[in-house]
Ligand binder design. Structure first.
Ligand code: LLP
Length: 412
């Protein structure tokens, strides 16, 4: 959905340089078509297998994007009361919401129960006890899955790998059946599923498949013991291509491998993809402020910074940076840095890239997931606007913050 036509870089049918002139920079821009296509790739690949695709709200929680997915029929994976509020504001169906996370508060559990969400992915026995008590008080029954930790190594950045026994997530798979057994004491809970999630930005799906096999075996054991397990929640995690020329794993092929494993089980498949739906569907537009040289190094100072997109600083993540208008000059090796007062404020280091000059616009690619949601007001920088492209039209779905927004809620 992002491509050059002649020398101009487009999102769908919108030339991004024109958009950047009108909306200003920095600005996030998303392709609605790309988001819907990625979502459809998941649902279509499941075919006749009963399934719910619960988009992981944390990847990009803007209302217009949630609304787009809600209209397409998506469910949602939430990790906080705030995310549930967003889903409801966007018109999402609470009966397709699954609540994940290791630290749900009593107030969040209550809010979710009152909203009538589908199920809770629980990560400790204390959480099960809390859920039972809250459900009892509200006169409700709550469906739950235990998020098991399958002790499988997802080959990814250590900060976003979650499936090893030394991580804080889930309940060790070896002891999980005993926990389901003890949970029978909770009168207001129903053991509806088993869930797992081993990490994010996983490019080789084999560890996910290994985890699925383990979780499926557990589900079969539990059913043999009389637990009413109806679904398997396989988490999110499928990676995307951040490097030019890199091949991202295909959603369709991945889902086919999952569904062939579940085919004979009679279980409903649930999945919680975030990045693979919105990541490649977004870019961060920025403008070059200055070019400068310190010693041997060439710097391109742009108006987007680590507060707008923290992934390069936090995970050493690579995002391609492309000019919105191509020139024919040879590439130059530069550091692309922002205005924030930290050496760690960079979008790219030692990158051979287009010979951009002050005033030129650039697109930081594959920024639709974990981009805006991780942005902050560090250095008292107003957060960027967000724009949604639909064919030849675009609209602002979140306005650029103003200085007044920076001090809202503060008192002298
Ligand atoms: N389900 C659970 C329980 C999760 O913890 C996550 C992501 C997902 C689903 C969605 O995973 P995805 O399909 O997006 O890989 N900020 C990091 C990524 C953190 C991922 C956290 N959990 C980044 O920028 O790479």
């Amino acid at each position: 959905m992002f491509a050059y036509s002649q020398n101009d870089y487009y999102c769908e049918q919108v030339p991004l340089a024109d958009l950047a002139h009108q909306a200003g920079t920095p600005a996030y821009v998303y392709s609605s078509q790309a988001i819907l296509q990625n979502y459809a790739a998941y649902t279509q690949a499941f075919g006749a297998l009963p399934h719910t695709v619960c988009y992981a709200v944390k990847a990009n929680s803007s209302l217009a994007i949630l609304a787009l997915l809600a209209k397409a029929g998506a469910g949602f994976d939430i990790v906080s009361g705030g995310e549930l509020y967003r889903v409801l504001q966007a018109g999402g169906d609470p009966s397709k919401v699954v609540f994940s996370g290791v630290g749900k508060t009593a107030a969040e559990v209550e809010y979710a129960l009152e909203s009538g969400i589908h199920t809770f992915n629980c990560e400790s026995e204390a959480e099960l006890a809390l859920l039972d008590a809250k459900a009892a008080r509200l006169g409700k029954t709550a469906g739950f899955s235990i998020r098991v930790n399958p002790d499988v190594d997802a080959v990814t950045h250590p900060y976003i790998s979650t499936g090893l026994s030394r991580h804080k997530f889930g309940i060790a798979i070896a002891g999980a059946a005993a926990v389901y057994e003890r949970a029978r004491q909770f009168r207001n809970l129903v053991a509806e599923g088993v869930s797992c999630h081993i990490g994010s930005q996983i490019l080789d799906p084999s560890p996910i498949l290994e985890a699925v096999d383990k979780v499926l075996a557990l589900a079969n054991t539990l059913r043999a013991q009389g637990h009413p397990i109806r679904h398997l929640d396989l988490g999110g995690g499928l990676g995307v291509a951040y490097h030019a020329g890199e091949k991202s794993p295909e959603i369709r092929a991945f889902v086919e491998m999952l569904s062939s494993r579940l085919q004979a089980s009679g279980l409903t498949a649930m999945i919680e993809p975030g990045r693979s739906i919105v990541g490649p569907a977004g870019v961060l537009l920025t403008r070059v402020l200055y070019r400068k040289r310190n010693g041997d190094k060439e710097f391109l100072v742009v108006d987007a910074a680590m507060n707008d997109l923290i992934r390069p600083s936090l995970y050493r993540a690579h995002h391609e940076i492309l000019p919105l208008r191509k020139n024919s000059l040879p590439l130059v090796t530069m550091d692309v840095v922002g205005p924030v007062c930290e050496t760690g404020d960079f979008l790219a280091r030692d990158r051979a890239m287009a010979n951009a000059m002050p005033g030129d616009f650039l697109a930081v690619s594959t920024a639709g997931a974990y981009g805006f949601v991780l942005s902050s007001n560090y250095n008292s920088r107003p957060r960027a606007p967000e724009v949604l492209v639909e064919g030849a039209t675009w609209r602002i779905i979140r306005q650029r913050e103003q200085y007044q927004d920076l001090v809202r809620g503060e008192t002298l």
